[in-house]
Design a protein around this ligand. Structure first.
Ligand SMILES: Nc1ncnc2c1ncn2[C@@H]1O[C@H](COP(=O)(O)OS(=O)(=O)O)[C@@H](OP(=O)(O)O)[C@H]1O
Ligand SMILES: Nc1ncnc2c1ncn2[C@@H]1O[C@H](COP(=O)(O)OP(=O)(O)O)[C@@H](O)[C@H]1O
Length: 385
């Protein structure tokens, strides 16, 4: 059995174009160029890898010598428009092909009408990760369908051309993909001018304005994480503008993370689970308020990366109430038990807490009211309450 590997969204997009001829003559990942598989160190020496999608569906077998398809992706919005180049050329023989990475403007449509000279038009929507400009991949297809309607005798074909972080290389790849999909001429548009009203409506409703936000409280047991998180939750609910989800340390451990211990490995698993859920909430533009101890810097960084990869803003709040004050409060009597040796690996006593150096704010609640301490948090939030 070859080792399985789920690559980045960008590499999954590349895979689709490598397998369907979109990147022809290139048919396999490269060691050097932008189209890379980027295997993790533990798989770097494998001679054969089974590439799977995030759900674990095997997509292809990779060897340095070539890719063998295992199953074609059959899911995802507008999948029916994902033609391979051979089918696109056959279905739209002689059409004018227009690569599209942003919603088409009035000027673009006029340029297409002028250049088409009676021919059909193929709008080749580049929907790969990071490529659509100021619009989601789904929004780009919807805007292109509206443009096709305005043009008449025009068709939308989707190709998963992703952005690889190198504009020059991506431009060259875009030209190559367009040439492979086109059976006739290719026309580049400029994007200058206004959006037609039918397209502007789609762009406006494509994505809500505000990004998702994850407010992540970290600190010792008894520092005030849950208290501040609850107060913040209530304020967001009272404002009534945004959906909000609480992921409190204790509550998560009774549900999502039931059965996990307080070993380093289990704490990391616990935090990564919270991070994964919070990132999904952020992806859908909600607010997640998390309040676990999260004692390890590296795991907190992973959560930040997950949230930011999902397009969310990550606000780390260090509830920096000192151990002496937390122990004095000892709301649940846990510190006394930990000191007596009845609870092993207790954070701050017999298990480490790594202080964050990347917090948006540091709040010591000692001798302060909840409202006062919460004010420090509100001051760094990227939304108004
Ligand atoms: N060994 C040990 N160390 C720390 N905390 C302990 C331990 N055993 C139980 N508890 C209780 O569990 C709560 C912390 O759980 P978390 O999920 O937030 O911890 S972690 O982020 O996974 O480290 C924590 O709740 P809070 O006081 O709300 O932080 C404690 O009540
Ligand atoms: N300014 C403050 N902010 C937050 N909690 C405070 C403050 N002052 C006192 N406390 C008290 O400290 C305790 C903090 O407990 P909790 O919020 O459960 O902490 P944690 O979730 O970090 O374990 C509560 O009893 C709370 O009333």
């Amino acid at each position: 059995m070859p080792a399985q590997f789920c690559p980045t969204p960008c590499a999954l997009d590349d895979l689709e174009l490598l397998l369907n001829g979109g990147f022809a003559p290139q048919t396999n990942f490269d060691d050097e160029g932008p189209i890379r598989l980027a295997l993790p160190a533990e798989l770097a020496d494998e001679a054969e890898i089974e590439i799977v999608d995030p759900e674990g569906l095997p997509l292809a077998t990779w060897t340095p010598g070539g890719l063998t398809p295992l199953s074609a992706p059959s899911y995802g919005p507008f999948r029916r428009l994902h033609l391979d180049p051979t089918s696109a050329r056959a279905q739209h023989a002689g059409a004018l092909t227009v690569p599209v990475a942003a919603a088409l403007t009035d000027d673009d449509l006029a340029a297409i009408q002028e250049a088409r000279e009676g021919r059909d038009v193929v709008l080749l929507a580049f929907v790969g990760s990071g490529t659509p400009q100021d619009i989601s991949p789904v929004g780009l297809v919807r805007a292109s369908l509206a443009a096709a309607e305005l043009l008449g005798n025009a068709y939308v074909v989707a190709a998963t051309l992703a952005a690889h972080g190198d504009p020059e290389a991506d431009h060259e790849l875009g030209q190559r993909v367009a040439a492979n999909y086109a059976s006739g001429d290719v026309l580049a548009v400029t994007g200058s001018g206004e959006l037609p009203i039918e397209i502007a409506g789609i762009v406006d409703t494509d994505q809500p304005e505000e990004p998702g936000v994850v407010v992540f409280f970290t600190g010792l047991s008894g520092s005030g994480k849950s208290t501040l998180a609850q107060a913040l939750l209530d304020l967001v609910l009272e404002a009534g503008q945004r959906t909000v989800t609480s992921l409190d340390g204790d509550v998560v451990r009774r549900n999502l993370s039931a059965g996990l211990t307080f070993s380093k490995a289990d704490r990391e698993t616990n935090i990564r689970r919270i991070g994964w859920v919070a990132a999904e909430i952020a992806r859908h533009r909600g607010i997640a308020i998390c309040s676990p101890i999260a004692p390890f810097d590296e795991t907190r960084q992973q959560v930040r990366a997950m949230v930011e990869a999902a397009g969310g803003e990550f606000v780390l709040v260090h509830v920096a109430t000192p151990l002496e004050e937390c122990e004095r409060r000892d709301r649940k009597g846990l510190y006394a038990k930990a000191r007596a040796g009845e609870i092993p690996e207790f954070t701050g006593i017999s298990s480490p807490y790594e202080e964050p150096t990347d917090a948006a704010v540091r709040v010591d609640t000692t001798g302060r009211t909840i409202e006062d301490a919460l004010g420090d948090v509100l001051a760094v939030l990227p939304f108004d309450l």
